[in-house]
Write a protein that binds this ligand. Sequence first.
Ligand code: NAP
Length: 290
Amino acid sequence: MGKKIINKLCIIGVGLIGGSLARALKKAGVVGEVVGAGRDVAHLEKAKSLGVIDSFETNISLAVKGCDMVVVAVPLGAMQAVFEKIAPVITKDMVITDVGSAKGSVIKAAQAAFKSIPETLVPGHPIAGTEKSGVEASFPELYENRRIIITPLETSSPDAISKVKSMWQACGAEVVETTIEHHDEALAATSHLPHMLAFSLVDTLAKMDAKNEIFDFAAGGFRDFTRIASSDPDMWRDICLANGDALVGMIEKFSDDLQLLSKAIESNDSKYLEETFSRAKKARDEFCDT
Ligand code: NAP
């Protein structure tokens, strides 16, 4: 059992990400009490029966009372409404972090809700997840050997940053720091664009007349490539709206390259095809080796 890092933790949004964090911290023995908050009592009852949380509250302002750590793990579109409920009851001992997949939009939501951003707010994003949603899909090992990106603000206090880092490290994760802009551009490229490709590819095939026959012939490669198209549609709508500029830039860049590939196939340009595939294979092999 580890040394207590958090006395009373509030997880707002006890789904895959929030639930896995609560489970990991409990397993590590570094948290006292865990309060869950959300909209749906049935979901919160389920989380309690699974031992993910100790108690719950649907009133967010009440849920965070007396907590020394508040983790906001709701969809991006719900962040501002949640911050607005925390704002009147925040104290200087209450560290607040979030897990949102885009960071610029979370800061805008915080600015609108808090007016002056509290020094205990330290935005974060775990680079871990699955295509499943809800507390039933949560598990304590989700963050082991995974990266957590934190994007502290100029206003973020060193003590709050250190507490958020310690929380994630206790889950077995490595914590890295970057700027909000760099986070949003990098994630548009490595996470948000691939999700768009998977959703779009499956949708294109699903709309084709011979869809059943096509899917009958699909093999492991199709399953691997499209796994993330099973992700939650609402969550991905919010991510697209939250990180639109960076994502559209990446979609345009990728579309240009796809056009070049199409032209190379049309013109039997085997050199272009070999060079493109070899560069991609080398880059992926290197990524998988690290
Ligand atoms: P999830 O499993 O659907 O959980 C979201 C939780 O938020 C649910 O328990 C839901 O509970 C609650 N919720 C939804 N709207 C709410 C609102 N308006 N007020 C209060 N609670 C609300 O989703 P998730 O995958 O954990 O994603 C949560 C966050 O993590 C998102 O911001 C996402 O961008 C980020 N993230 C996800 C992944 C991933 O792979 N899934 C990875 C990294 C980061 P109720 O329905 O009971 O309210």
